[in-house]
Design a protein around this ligand. Sequence first.
Ligand code: ARG
Length: 477
Amino acid sequence: MSEKSWGGRFEQDLDAQAAAFSASVDVDKRLAPQDIRGSIAHARMLGARGVLSAQDVERIVSGLTAIASEIESGQFVWDPAAEDVHMNVEATLTKRIGEAGARLHTGRSRNDQVATDMRLWTREACYASCARIDALLSVLCVRAQQHLSVLMPGYTHMQRAQPVRLSHHLLAWCEMLERDRGRLQDAARRMNLSPLGSGALAATTFPLDRAQSAKELGFDGVTHNSLDAVGDRDFLVETVAALANCAVHLSRIAEELVLWSSQEFGFVQMSDAFTTGSSMMPQKKNPDMAELVRGKTGRVVGDLVSLLVMLKGLPLAYNRDMQEDKPPVFDAFDTVDASLTVLAGSIASARFDAARMRRALGEGFVDATELADYLAAKGVPFRSAHHVAGRLVKTAFDAGKTLAQLSLQELRAEHAAFEADVYLALDPEVAVERRALPGGPARSMVSAEISALRDRLQARGVDSQAIATRFGVITEP
Ligand code: ARG
């Protein structure tokens, strides 16, 4: 399509550099299925309203359906000179069916067309990402169930702090992911209004039935202001913000896998399938997939910033700047989707080293809080009890002992309230089990949370065990 097709007021073709600079079809051809669905709904509605003849509608719908299947099978020839996906499809349709094709754009602008396409595409992408989050949740749910008895140190400031269950830690990751999922659902719901009928900016004189095309496209209703409908992309900001949040969560999970798989921790062995070797050092088994999940997070945060900066300062309504919404949106989804899947595979196939985690509980005085709580329960003010426990940590540290290796006499030297039952309190198993508040690491609480997660997934039609199996979850400890 020559750029002179912009009509009567143009005498010259678009400069070649300008055409190359402004063409977007290489990127936005990804919207073709949504674009065609939108056009079919628009044409049918025009037919129902008597704006198009039944025969024209028939030609348009079958022409577009044929184009859609050619695009799907890769046979469609894209013309870079036809600027974008909308013009490629329309020009091809018109070439094939003649005048009927040229009538399709009645009462429509590319501005409301692209706003519709992006809402349709993004809505579907949100649901697809939610399904991937569910897959990772399924893997984590199964692994948490498998390792319910495994204790490990919990950390603050990267220092061993108090004992928890490995399952409790895995379920913390699930909480993050559940919220990410909720944010994507919210975004998908809020964007689900049809802009069709907004025209270029001021609606149209044709008697469109906006509700009809909206319904056919699965929208919950129609937008309420034509300027806003074509002139904002906040629904993309919101979506990519949710994705950035998710990417940051995945990055933090990945960071823990990197740490845990180091020799220093040794809490987990990543499988061969998700690690790489070194070209120089034969002993190396590097957690590259986790590192890349962590590394790619920067792109998603960048995608969010790109969108925000692109929108800042734009006057109403549509501005061509908005064409730049697509690369960050597509990239954010591609990156997060791939990261979710590779993490699900990595975690399904990882071997957790329960003995090593247990040994880590023996160092670092993670039972010091138990000493303080023990005294506080006997009526010693907590601040004083904390001080006593701190002194005992120093005593033990200087003597090269654990707290449990201090004699009752040594304990009593700091406070007379210590009795023989204090050693029971120092057992990590006991320490964890005594934290039996909702949201705590006690077995009953964690077990209930695992069931609740499994039920939640089930209610969404997700069989967590089947999905974990598909990701090759290992069954032995
Ligand atoms: N490719 C354009 C975009 O993505 C489509 C809308 C073009 N509208 C216009 N008035 N030039 O934003």
